[in-house]
Write a protein that binds this ligand. Structure first.
Ligand SMILES: Cc1cc2nc3c(=O)[nH]c(=O)nc-3n(C[C@H](O)[C@H](O)[C@H](O)COP(=O)(O)OP(=O)(O)OC[C@H]3O[C@@H](n4cnc5c(N)ncnc54)[C@H](O)[C@@H]3O)c2cc1C
Length: 379
């Protein structure tokens, strides 16, 4: 399948590329990472230039886009930047689809100003890949709802005004219909948030969240009670494509750095790029990048055509995040010791791409989803 970028797409991507390279110097990225803070200058520029609301409906101040173009933009941003809290359009779209008018307005207003409006609080200490094992509850008393439980690995919980909290009704007869989502203010009494120090994604905090009798209202439910996972399934598929876009953008950057270095670095009197062992690495890296792009663009295109991407998004995510890491790893090898230093962006790409094999479903979970779907086809 050949996907030729249209003139409009080329223009949009050129503008985005120009903005990214103007604002995001390596020094700036390093400073944000060192201070463990979001790149506010970049976010402001994305807001000002209309990129921050890409993919969101017009009535909320967004710029609607087809999925393919949207993901091309995500890829472009991540050729330069590590994850920093954008994009959220896909999960936001689901929120705008499922939420009440009041919730939609709150979210859209926050995003328009460059905020991460809410964090996604699903994972718990005993419920990672097995998200059905969550035990956080929502209990009713005197016309109010009380949330109790503990969440972990919640991205941006301490920088987002709201949390989308998954709870489970332990008495539900159908476990597939026992999960609900609630829109919870992050500063509500009873919410405690602690950051979890981690080795990568340094601009984006990951947090533990303790919910102790957090009082909310009936109106704070998001979507239909008990149907939380079914409602958000489509959102998870989209998040897998976001992982593909980040992996591809990062792999492309790693490849370019390694190829340039291979031309410049002289050992044994010649550039290391003249050694066939180095050329072999670059060749396979290029093949992987091409395959990543094809798998992921095809999947985004299928989404635009209304074709189910349940299987293809799992296959694409598995392939892209594994290959993205392999490309980053080979790039580091080509750069030798310098690639392992903090001054070299390969080291950042290497650690930041690695975690994509865990986020939004691990490699093994992707195999689980894809394996079942593949077998079903031939039953
Ligand atoms: C940086 C970061 C950001 C995150 N952000 C969020 C967030 O915003 N919101 C949120 O809710 N969660 C978030 N998570 C959590 C993430 O979704 C989980 O880490 C992920 O689902 C895996 O769960 P786990 O870490 O508990 O691993 P586990 O599920 O305990 O898995 C451990 C290992 O066992 C394997 N395994 C598990 N089950 C099977 C199986 N059936 N067959 C074969 N192998 C299996 C896994 O693949 C993995 O290799 C984030 C995680 C990280 C690291």
């Amino acid at each position: 399948m050949i996907i030729q970028k249209t003139e409009e797409q080329e223009l949009l991507l050129e503008n985005l590329q120009e903005l990214m390279s103007r604002v995001c110097t390596e020094d700036y990225i390093r400073t944000c990472e060192k201070n463990h803070e979001q790149p506010h200058k970049l976010i402001e520029a994305l807001v000002e230039n209309g990129f921050y609301m890409l993919g969101l409906p017009e009535e909320y101040g967004g710029t609607p886009l087809d999925h393919l173009t949207y993901f091309m933009c995500v890829e472009e941003v991540h050729k330069i930047m590590p994850p920093f809290g954008w994009p959220r359009a896909l999960s936001l779209n689901e929120m705008l689809r499922l939420g009440t008018e009041e919730q939609r307005k709150i979210v859209a207003d926050l995003v328009k100003q460059g905020n991460m409006a809410f964090s996604f609080a699903i994972t718990e200490p005993q419920a990672g890949s097995d998200d059905n094992a969550i035990t956080t509850t929502a209990t009713r008393k005197n016309g109010k709802v009380y949330i109790n439980g503990q969440k972990t690995f919640i991205t941006g919980a301490n920088i987002s005004p709201y949390m989308l909290v998954a709870t489970k009704d332990p008495n539900s007869p159908d476990p597939r219909k026992s999960v609900s989502f609630w829109f919870v203010p992050a500063d509500a009494p009873g919410v405690t948030i602690q950051t979890l120090p981690k080795i990568g994604w340094l601009m984006l905090p990951t947090c533990e969240v303790f919910l102790d009798n957090v009082e909310i209202e009936e109106k704070d439910i998001v979507g239909v009670e008990g149907e939380g996972f079914l409602q958000l399934m489509k959102c998870f598929e989209m998040e897998r494509l976001t992982n593909c876009a980040v992996a591809l953008g990062s792999a492309q950057a790693a490849f370019e750095d390694a190829a340039r270095y291979a031309n410049q670095r002289v050992q044994f009197g010649v550039p290391i790029g003249s050694f066939q062992l180095i050329q072999e690495k670059l060749t396979y890296m290029a093949i992987k990048i091409e395959n990543m792009r094809n798998a992921f663009y095809k999947c985004a295109w299928e989404k635009d055509q209304g074709i189910s991407i349940q299987l293809s998004s799992a296959l694409a995510k598995l392939y892209c995040v594994q290959s993205g890491f392999e490309v980053a790893d080979d790039a580091m090898q080509i750069m030798g010791g310098i690639g392992y230093t903090e001054d070299c962006r390969i080291s950042r790409i290497w650690r930041d791409v690695r975690v994509l094999r865990m986020t939004d479903g691990t490699d093994q979970v992707m195999i689980h989803i894809a394996g079942r779907a593949l077998l079903k086809k031939y039953r």
